[in-house]
Design a protein around this ligand. Structure first.
Ligand SMILES: Nc1ncnc2c1ncn2[C@@H]1O[C@H](COP(=O)(O)OP(=O)(O)OP(=O)(O)O)[C@@H](O)[C@H]1O
Ligand SMILES: [Mg+2]
Length: 377
């Protein structure tokens, strides 16, 4: 079982309108509501991958009941704990005419010290059954900034690998406890390191993480794919084409695939190829936490994975260790073992100059979801 923790879950409500008049009255054509929050998305995708997942987080009030009901349909095991405050809603307004999506994020209810302690106790009870843990998303008001650091230490003490996917002060504090894996996106990476060059930022975060006893940084760059700095080397993985759709939750699908690869003990290039393909399949699915299998199959066959060198002067701490391969590698289609094309250098790696792709399929436009927005980070 993989345990996902969502300290600040939400009911994601989407208003679909033909056209939005911002200073007038609007008729809402269709409303959809579903359990949201990053750990819930990860658990849904794990369920789709056939991997048992358990969801832990606080739920309260009628909105919390709505989240619980939807979760019951979705498949992951519900280990949520009741709290007094009303679970938050995120409201997304889709303007079909403008092709625009606008997201309103509520802060979430304040948790009391006792409520957070109850969640930590539930975490400790679930750890012995967990093969891996994912700590996902923002912390709710009332919970200390170093709450994730505490959960990372609890997981590590129990010998359970732990992935941290959050931002801002919660990421900064959580890093100090040395999670096995962190998965920042481009904004989170820049914010955490103050470094705008992607490769240098990954190197800086990797140095921080390794100093704290952690292992891998897998940074995601939207359509540009992933850059991974691990104790076993650096890799880059991407698709040679972009997919149109809804990128919210693409990173969560990647987290699910990384956890699946970790628990199966797959080599890093395979884990990254799977993460890129499942993330792509999430972009093609209309709502966060869903995947499109046809897109996965095509993407998996076209993923490019290559070993790359860390940026000059930013050598990985393990670079001097025999057996660690940090020399320029080879790009491998679909994560397969045969070598061939040269790897993209790091300076070009994130500017869309991946090794040439002879037969990339046309970008896909899934039906009814041409609205791109990043919501509820
Ligand atoms: N338009 C796209 N086409 C193909 N792949 C994409 C596209 N957008 C994202 N991806 C894939 O999804 C991965 C994660 O995307 P991104 O960096 O946006 O994550 P994120 O911001 O953490 O997402 P979220 O937190 O909303 O789940 C990327 O590394 C890439 O592999
Ligand atoms: Mg993310």
């Amino acid at each position: 079982m993989i345990l996902t923790v969502t300290p600040n879950p939400a009911l994601d409500v989407t208003y679909h309108l033909d056209e939005v008049v911002w200073d007038g009255s609007n008729r809402v054509e269709r409303i959809s509501a579903r359990a949201g929050g990053k750990g819930l998305n990860v658990a849904r995708v794990l369920t789709a991958l056939g991997i048992p997942a358990t969801v832990l987080g606080p739920l309260g009030g009628r909105t919390g009941d709505g989240v619980r009901e939807d979760l019951a349909q979705a498949g992951p095991r519900d280990a949520t704990v009741p709290v007094t405050g009303e679970t938050r809603r995120t409201t997304t307004v889709v303007d079909a005419a403008a092709g625009e999506t606008t997201v309103f994020n509520e802060a979430g209810p304040e948790l009391s010290a006792g409520e957070w302690a109850a969640l930590c106790e539930a975490f400790d009870r679930l750890l012995p059954q967990a093969h891996a843990v994912a700590l996902c998303g923002s912390l709710p008001p009332g919970v200390p900034t170093d709450a994730y650091a505490d959960l990372v230490r609890r997981a590590r003490d129990a010998g359970v690998p732990v992935l941290l996917d959050t931002s801002g002060p919660a990421l900064h504090a959580g890093l100090a406890a040395g999670p096995d894996l962190v998965k920042p996106n481009a904004d989170e990476l820049r914010e955490a390191t103050g470094e705008s060059d992607p490769a240098r930022a990954v190197a800086a975060l990797s140095a921080q993480l390794r100093a704290a006893g952690g292992d891998a940084v897998v940074a995601s760059f939207g359509p540009e794919g992933l850059l991974a700095a691990t104790a076993a080397g650096w890799w880059r993985a991407r698709l040679p084409y972009a997919i149109q759709g809804n990128p919210t939750g693409a990173g969560d699908a990647g987290v699910a695939a990384l956890l699946a690869g970790l628990t199966a003990g797959r080599p890093w290039p395979d884990r990254l190829a799977e993460a890129v393909a499942w993330s792509a399949s999430a972009v093609a699915a209309p709502v966060a936490g869903s995947v499109d299998r046809t897109t996965y199959v095509t993407a998996r066959a076209h993923v490019l994975v290559g070993a790359v060198e860390p940026p000059h002067g930013q050598r990985d701490p393990g670079a001097g260790t025999p057996g660690l391969n940090l020399r320029p590698g080879t790009a491998q289609r679909g994560g397969a073992a045969q070598a061939g094309e040269p790897a993209a250098s790091l300076s070009t790696a994130l500017r869309g100059k991946a090794p040439a792709e002879p037969s990339a399929p046309a970008p896909q436009t899934p039906e009814g979801n041409g609205h791109a927005a990043h919501g509820h980070r």
